[in-house]
Design a protein around this ligand. Structure first.
Ligand code: ATR
Length: 287
């Protein structure tokens, strides 16, 4: 008999469904707060925790969580590639497959499913800020899991061209090659000093901000571009610098975090929360 029905028959309230964000670090994550607000707003009975993954312990930690009754996970740095491999081909949704990175895992009656809601979150947040990316020339900094997660959604939104610039140029070149094999997009990869041209949108997808390292790049590259940092809060060093240099606008990834969380919530619960009040509350608190 399912636990919840058994509990009801015994007159006890059913235990809330368990969810968590996994990664390393996770102490800074706002996801528990966001999901608690979504749950309250939509009257869903759940709890949401933070779970630190020690190095090399992804499989053991995740399997332990699900074995103890967990229903779903959000996956953050640096585990999105591990999550992709762990879920396996059969359980992946099309965006996760294309990204080769998973940020949301759901336990279903049929097994585990893997999703990538990062790109949807970014595109919705850009729409929120009224940034039109149809036909945009885009420069992305970084070539890791976070960047792989957003590129399919950027392509679906109709960007015109993409330059991927990474500290390790070979990773960026490989990623650009993979993309051009998949789609008819003008896409190049290389190191930051190799970047050439004008951009409408510059996105920081590196994890440099996590270790409080600055990116060395000329301000001329962003002067006429909208700037977006996938990091949020004090870690969004690129955004804090970019807003003093660009003539367009710059934002951190708080809105994307909320939007990708809303999509993950929908995957798990089949209910779409209203992100507007959560945006308003968290933006207010961040001030
Ligand atoms: P994530 O899931 O956040 O993308 P990741 O897959 O480990 O994490 O990728 C981190 C990205 O940030 C990489 O592109 C990394 O560059 P390398 O491929 O050269 O490692 C980039 N990165 C991390 N620290 C950086 C720094 N201090 N300067 C520039 N790029 C950095």
């Amino acid at each position: 008999m399912p636990e919840a029905r058994q509990a009801l028959q015994q007159g006890a309230a059913p235990a809330p469904d368990r969810y968590a964000v996994v990664g390393n670090p996770v102490a800074h994550s706002l996801s528990p707060e966001i999901h608690a607000r979504f749950a309250e707003q939509t009257s869903q009975h759940l709890v949401y925790e933070r779970l630190l993954i020690p190095a090399g312990q992804f499989k053991a930690t995740v399997e332990g969580f699900f074995a103890s009754g967990g229903k779903g996970l959000n996956v953050t740095v640096p585990c999105k590639g591990d999550a992709f491999t762990w879920v396996g081909e059969e359980g992946l949704d099309p965006l996760a497959k294309r990204a080769r990175a998973v940020n949301t895992i759901a336990k279903t009656a049929m097994g585990f499913t893997g999703h990538n809601t990062d790109g949807i979150g970014l595109v919705r947040d850009l729409q929120w800020h009224c940034v039109n990316i149809s036909n945009a020339r885009v420069l992305v900094l970084g070539a890791g899991g976070a960047v792989r997660g957003i590129i399919p959604a950027l392509m679906d939104a109709g960007i015109k061209s993409l330059f991927i610039a990474n500290r390790t140029a070979s990773t960026a070149r490989q990623l650009a090659e993979d993309i051009t094999q998949e789609a008819d997009l003008n896409c190049e990869g290389g190191s930051l000093p190799e970047v050439d041209g004008q951009f409408d949108l510059v996105i920081n997808g590196t994890s440099a901000g996590l270790s409080e390292q600055a990116l060395e790049m000329p301000a001329s590259l962003i002067r006429d571009a909208w700037c977006y940092d996938l990091m949020y809060g004090p870690k969004a060093a690129f955004h804090h610098w970019a807003k003093t240099q660009t003539q367009r606008g710059s934002c951190d990834g708080l809105g994307m975090l909320i939007e990708q969380a809303a999509e993950a919530f929908f995957v798990w619960r089949g209910v779409r929360p209203d992100t507007a009040p959560v945006r308003a509350q968290l933006t207010q608190e961040a001030r």
